[in-house]
Ligand binder design. Structure first.
Ligand SMILES: *Cc1c(COP(=O)(O)O)cnc(C)c1O
Length: 383
């Protein structure tokens, strides 16, 4: 490929998973407040303020945790599920979802995704149900929501606990309601690479005060007034981490506005790239500001990743199957990859582009030129 005429400063902004930094002055003010309070953790002022703010944003009852993975573990344990039971989940996810199932002593069972969306297919889930099935863990993937209604219907009919991993859809709405209102519990991540972040952190969103109360107990060693009355762990978010989140809140609207703008530029410039499709949200759900995701032939994706790397841009193409050959879960699940028609062929076609407010129009142009050049070349190679 011809070298592109690019400004190195533009290239340096094309980074995937760049953290949104907090407002510095506000952060220092909040940290001073933490120091003055001498309370560093165990549900202090910052923690409670952030929990309230998140409740305002997503509705329901929100329980902050030390990570998204911790939130997944607590959300699964909240279901009082039979130990060792099978939990049906998606092969298209970050490691955390299946690892949380395994870590809680359950067995991850992978069901296929839909043809048109990279999320669990309710019909495939139903086929995977056995007498040992205890729960479904749906994963909203790359900003695309699951078919929540279909999965809720299957879960209700089979009396299964339904958790959604919403780490990759922190901002997605279904009409007036935040996506996190679906299922029995939804998990959010406040990791540095997500939209609102506390460096490390997470949350469980539930519908009842009783469930929240139990989560609060479980994240704090199962303690109530000094007595161990429940199963528990240390899953608390510290005051320092909560302060990071609070100091990032005021800049979110501007960050999201810039990302909407970037999405528009990317979409417009890629409209004529042959074989490249911008992943669209499900009709009942809004677009996410976390990801800009593409689908393209696997060979073209490979070429795009290489071409970008040649320009010094590292693209994330690690949305591989959690349970494919050579992975840990290949030997820790009950399913056969041969029976899975969609996910193994879809995984190598997905590509996410850098998505954050510091990418200029010129930077976005560099990015889309690389993709478009690869797509045209790929088409010629075939013809
Ligand atoms: C980021 C992420 C998580 C949670 O990760 P933590 O680093 O533990 O907060 C869980 N599931 C998915 C799909 C994710 O992308």
């Amino acid at each position: 490929m011809q070298p592109l005429e690019v400004n190195p400063l533009e290239i340096s902004t094309l980074v995937f998973g760049r953290p949104v930094l907090p407002q510095r002055d506000l952060l220092i003010e909040l940290l001073d407040e933490v120091l003055a309070s001498r309370q560093l953790t165990n549900g202090g002022v910052m923690h409670n303020r952030l929990e309230d703010a998140l409740t305002q944003m997503v509705g329901g009852h929100v329980c902050l945790t030390s990570s998204g993975t911790m939130a997944l573990m607590l959300a699964l344990r909240l279901g009082n599920l039979r130990p060792g039971g099978e939990i049906i989940t998606s092969p298209l996810s970050f490691a955390a979802s299946a690892q949380a199932i395994e870590w809680c002593g359950f067995k991850p069972v992978f069901a296929d995704v839909e043809r048109d969306f990279p999320t669990l297919d309710a019909k495939a889930v139903e086929k995977a149900i056995t007498p040992n099935t205890v729960a479904i863990l749906g994963v909203h993937f790359m900003g695309i929501a699951c078919d929540t209604s279909a999965l809720e219907e299957v879960a209700n009919r089979h009396k299964l606990w339904l958790v959604f991993d919403g780490a990759q859809t922190p901002d997605v709405m279904q009409g007036e309601h935040h996506l996190a209102q679906r299922g029995d519990a939804t998990v959010l991540s406040l990791h540095a690479t997500k939209l609102l972040n506390t460096a490390e952190g997470g949350a469980v969103v539930v519908k009842s005060a009783e469930h929240k109360e139990r989560l609060v107990r479980m994240r704090n060693f199962g303690l109530t007034q000094g007595q161990v009355v429940d199963i528990g762990i240390n899953g608390k978010l510290s005051e320092i981490h909560a302060a990071l989140g609070l100091a990032a809140l005021p800049i979110l609207p501007e960050e999201m506005r810039a990302r909407r703008n970037l999405r528009e530029i990317y979409s417009r410039k890629l409209a004529s790239a042959p074989g490249v499709r911008v992943l669209q949200p499900r009709p009942d759900s809004s677009e996410s500001h976390l990801y800009f995701a593409l689908a393209m032939p696997a060979k073209m994706r490979q070429a795009c990743v290489l071409a970008a790397a040649n320009e010094g841009i590292i693209l994330r193409d690690s949305f591989n199957l959690l349970c494919g050959p050579g992975t840990f879960f290949e030997n820790h699940t009950i399913f056969s990859i041969e029976e899975m028609a969609v996910a193994p062929t879809m995984a190598p076609t997905l590509l996410a582009l850098p998505m954050h407010s510091k990418i200029s129009e010129a930077g976005a142009g560099t990015m889309t030129t690389i993709i478009e050049t690869c797509s045209v070349k790929h088409l010629k190679g075939q013809g």
